[in-house]
Design a protein around this ligand. Structure first.
Ligand SMILES: Cc1cc2nc3c(=O)[nH]c(=O)nc-3n(C[C@H](O)[C@H](O)[C@H](O)COP(=O)(O)O)c2cc1C
Length: 344
């Protein structure tokens, strides 16, 4: 493996850092290939790791792939390497000479060029994690919010204050239930829930009991109640609504960070920007949880867009609840780095 200067490319190390990028339901759709002959890297998509029900337009998948690319670029920068000449989709397939490599779709391809300095957000890659619990006292987060506010514009972010927490808690729960009351939606979520640490997949992917902050009794209850055959009864009676409620965590937020992307930005680039925003908030000392149901449910998205006063040039592409906590959020699993490569 060689860069433009003929030195070996530390692909394994770069990908080992890049896998910390977030992905919807932690499905981890990204794979990587490196072609020695022309030192070209390809970002690939695993078609088996998609969410056809929750993500019918593949928007979240594209955002997750964009975040993976951004993660790769940040990791490469710490080795003095820059992503150079990035092309995507058909152009990428043309440049790589194939649409599909090893059963994976070619999404993007690029070279690595020497001579770049480390991305200032690199130190936050390992610290950034989703936090699904309640936050500490809001006044303790004031300094972190002020630090992030300085960087907000550069990350297409707008901040909503905690006085809106009760309203946003109602909106997220209503939007979540619009999806979760559907049998097909819940069945797909169940496929990615990892509620039993003895499950061999527990250390590979999906949403683990630890990442969801479930106590031992809650895990045991969840294994029964979230099972689609049982959850169906809770859907019919409406009781399931309480089980998937995010009200307590949302009401405790110190602020809400809204990612407001330019309206013409495609989901892949939205994902790149969203990951950088999350890292910048981490750098400021905040912990975040995305609330995608707010943007996935069109009615709810419009309500928040109006509260933000967005004009037609911007679109609400994510809402995070944010605050500070004592300690750190749990680290969610990733696939082994060896499985991330396609050998050419
Ligand atoms: C496009 C996208 C949408 C996401 N939506 C949600 C969400 O609605 N709720 C949530 O709790 N986490 C959401 N996440 C966070 C992922 O579940 C999380 O990144 C993944 O489980 C890996 O965990 P980590 O971020 O702690 O490394 C989303 C992530 C991405 C990239």
């Amino acid at each position: 493996m060689a860069t433009t200067r003929g030195e070996p490319v530390p692909m394994r190390e770069i990908v080992g850092d890049a896998i910390r990028a977030p992905s919807a339901h932690n499905v981890q759709p990204a794979r990587w290939a490196f072609r020695r002959a022309d030192a070209r890297v390809a970002l690939l998509r695993d078609p088996a790791r998609s969410l056809p029900v929750a993500d019918p337009t593949s928007r979240d998948e594209a955002a997750s792939l964009g975040a993976a690319l951004e993660g790769f670029a940040i990791a490469a920068s710490t080795r003095g390497l820059a992503v150079h000449g990035l092309v995507r989709n058909e152009e990428a397939a043309r440049a790589f000479g194939a649409n599909v490599v090893g059963g994976f779709d070619v999404v993007a391809t690029f070279h690595l060029a020497d001579g770049v300095s480390p991305d200032p957000l690199a130190p936050c890659v390992d610290r950034r994690r989703a936090w699904r619990g309640q936050f500490g006292p809001a006044d303790e987060a004031e300094g972190a919010i002020a630090r992030f506010a300085d960087a907000a514009n550069a990350h297409d972010a707008m901040i909503l204050g905690r006085e809106l927490a009760p309203r946003i808690a109602t909106l997220i729960d209503r939007a979540t239930w619009r999806f979760e009351r559907r049998a097909d939606y819940h069945a797909e979520l169940w496929e990615w829930l990892r509620l039993d640490p003895r499950d061999p997949r527990y250390r590979r992917d999906g949403l683990t009991a630890e990442a969801l902050l479930l106590s031992a009794p809650a895990r045991a209850a969840g294994r029964v109640l979230m099972r689609p055959t049982v959850f169906r009864v809770l859907q019919a009676t409406g009781l399931g609504r309480h089980l998937v409620s995010e009200r307590a965590a949302t009401e405790s937020a110190a602020c809400f960070i809204c990612h407001c992307s330019p309206a013409d930005r495609d989901p892949f680039d939205v994902g790149r920007g969203m990951y950088r925003l999350w890292l910048a908030a981490t750098a400021a000392g905040l912990v975040l949880a995305p609330m995608s149901a707010i943007v996935d449910d069109a009615d709810t998205r419009v309500i928040v867009e109006q509260a933000l006063g967005l004009d037609a040039s911007r679109r609400l592409t994510q809402v995070f609840r944010a605050g500070t906590i004592r300690g750190e959020p749990p680290r969610s699993p990733r696939l082994p780095v060896e499985e991330m490569f396609v050998e050419l």
